[in-house]
Design a binder for this molecule. Sequence first.
Ligand SMILES: [Zn+2]
Length: 487
Amino acid sequence: MKGVFNALPVVAVLASCAAPASHDIAFPAPSRVPGMATYELAWDQARGDLVATAHVAAGLTGSFDAEGGVAPFISDATVEVVASDARHEGASRALVHGTDGFAAPECLKAACVLRYRVRLREAARALDDLDGAKLLGGGEVIEAPPTTFILAPWGAPRTTHVRFRVRTSQGSSFLTGVFPSTEPGYFETTMEDFGSSPYSAFGPLTLRTVELPGGQLLVGMVPGGYPLPEHDLLLWVEKCGRAVATYYGGLPVPREAVLLVPAGRGGIGVGKSLAGGGVTVFVGIGAHTDAADLDEDWVLTHELVHAAFPAQPRELDWVEEGLATYVEPIARARIGGLSDQAVWKGLVGGLHFGLPEEGDRGIDHTHTWGRMYWGGALFFFLADLEIRRQTNGKMTLREALTAILREVSSNAHRGDLAHAFEVGDRATGTHVLTALHAAWSSTPVQVDLDALFASLGVRRSADGNEVAFDDAAPEASLRKSLTARAP
Ligand SMILES: [Zn+2]
């Protein structure tokens, strides 16, 4: 599933006098970078506070805000104007949160410096929301995306760069999926992508790096009772990453964060990814997860596939979810991590959920669970088959998807769907994606799945729990090619 950032309006009364007079960690010195907003953040693990100093180039905006419901937990906010020779001019003035966020009209005329404190642990305790702020690992780790702790220039041009650095204290660390800046030690994104910037975490994380072709997964393990040794968990992360990297000819992004969190009593639990200027996957590890659960897990591979397609608007969630649902088992099969039996059992058992039902208005306009996950999967399944048919097996959906990833974007940035499908079609020398989308977009198109499975030589057993293969079926070789091992 994809995390959704809800930019809910927050009506807040700021009590800047609520914070104690003395603090352990001082406000960092500002870093003055022309043309952008630069944030120096210091994490105080003992207090659970983040103290921030931002330098904002002149004229970007006259108001700043934090999202995700965190604004009421911001205190000690001040602004001061910086003279053109970079000397501070005059005294700072307190900033108060109002309906337009923290209004600082003086920043429209000159560069300015903002200082503020985010009572992040307090916010996480109150909000308990992954897209706002949330306590993890018994309260020692706080997860919060940058949208919540960066007082951002929301009104600035979308091309405006936002750069930030986090210094941590008392044995804590900081993990984020935001891509590193060209300036060492900093992370950097633009206001275009900032609104869905990835999950990030502060606290006593165990940080590990999993190297894979094309990039690395930065694994942050939230402390707590894991049912398996770290080594086993990292091998599982490596295997899921390798499935995706093998499918796409390298990891979709050069650097992706994976936040592992002890959660719940079962096996591998909720998986969510949030992408914008970088990508973070969040996965819950249940207390009863065993080696077999890791072996059979689909969640992490599904989440890692999400990184490979340009971000789509919410109404086109079927593209992102359908793609991850379809590619995940194929990618695992290609590295020998899933049997042909299991792949087809999944397709036979799931694809019928994706068929249009009464009242369906086409895949772009019908936002049900079935259409989003399995309707989308059916779209890419049919596209994969058709590309192979039209090119006599020389081309597959994989060539289309890798071209889209390379030429349009990863999930860290947005990309127009029509353009992406054109790029994919050009790579395979077909019109399959564009034509199928044109047919499905606003019209419910029925698919005779029984006839299709019969043609491919896939039969469901009498009890429906297993599948059997018929190699004499007309398209049996097409079926076999779909799950063939990667060379
Ligand atoms: Zn998903």
